[in-house]
Design a protein around this ligand. Structure first.
Ligand code: FE2
Length: 279
């Protein structure tokens, strides 16, 4: 296959991949390079793609096995396994911008998705960036006494925490019945491929920390979130048409931005890949 390039986007997070058309076969050597870059850079930005929903699914499978979304009723028409994000859902008079505070995806699952990916179908003329923060570096920089305090702690992640800073979009009763039991995950997890420890936080879904009173748990989560979301850990993605962005939910948190003209449509296909039990 023709040569392609992988280039860093910051000095810690993100790599841009150019020169590959993912609707064509990708050879084993290229796959290995992409997998290595993903483990090291946590966010891959594949430029200039042109996917139908089926082509997007096929490309996703280069990196793993698809994981069904919790909201089964929310999908691209005719493609029950291709979810989407858009800015056109209004619940109780309030527009839902999916992902509008920092989080990691579907952490309420006992085996949360290792990766999530978006393919830009329609974008606003400006704004709507996605921010990523590097949870390996955030953990590395914590004071030693904080590391000692949190190593070994476990949190209960539910579908929607009573402490969540925002609502989630609507989910059908049928889908809600199929949501797995809460995930109980360490606050600090070790990445199975790059071997690095990372903070594993999600204020939208963390209901409690085992053995800790709510007030103390919330204060701790707040302190860790303030630390982890500092600009020094951030890669901010400015979307371009044709971008396929895949991130590692074990390594980064992400958030969407509602800073664009809501009369413009923002519509992206979204897929997730199966992960493992965090430890
Ligand atoms: Fe998300």
């Amino acid at each position: 296959m023709p040569s392609f390039a992988i280039a860093p986007l910051t000095d810690h997070t993100g790599a841009e991949v150019t020169g590959i058309d993912f609707t064509e076969p990708v050879d084993a050597e290229a796959r290995a390079s992409l997998a290595a870059a993903f483990a090291e850079r946590h966010v891959l930005v594949m430029r200039d793609q042109h996917f139908t929903p089926d082509q997007f699914k096929a490309a996703a499978r280069l990196f793993g096995e698809l994981l069904q979304h919790d909201k089964k009723e929310h999908h691209v028409p005719g493609h029950p396994d291709v979810y989407y994000v858009s800015n056109d859902e209004i619940v109780n008079g309030r527009r839902i911008i999916p992902g509008e505070t920092f989080h990691t995806d579907h952490s309420n699952h006992p085996r949360p998705p290792k990766a999530t990916m978006l393919f830009a179908v329609e974008l606003p003329s400006r704004g709507g960036d996605t921010q990523y923060v590097n949870m390996h570096d955030a953990y590395r920089d914590l004071p030693e006494d904080t590391k000692r305090r949190i190593d070994g702690l476990k949190a209960v992640h539910v579908y929607l925490s009573k402490h969540s800073p925002r609502p989630l979009g609507q989910i059908s009763e049928e889908s809600l019945r199929d949501v797995p039991p809460p995930g109980i995950h360490p606050l600090v997890r070790t990445h199975p491929e790059n071997g690095r420890k990372a903070l594993y936080l999600n204020p939208v879904r963390m209901e409690s920390i085992l053995g800790m009173a709510d007030a103390e748990a919330l204060a701790l989560i707040d302190e860790l979130m303030r630390h982890a979301t500092r600009k020094k850990y951030e890669y901010r993605h400015r979307w371009r048409p044709g971008d396929w962005v895949m991130w590692d939910n074990r390594s980064v948190m992400h958030q969407a931005n509602a800073d664009y003209d809501m009369s413009e449509r923002r519509f992206l296909y979204r897929l997730m890949l199966k992960g493992e039990v965090p430890n």
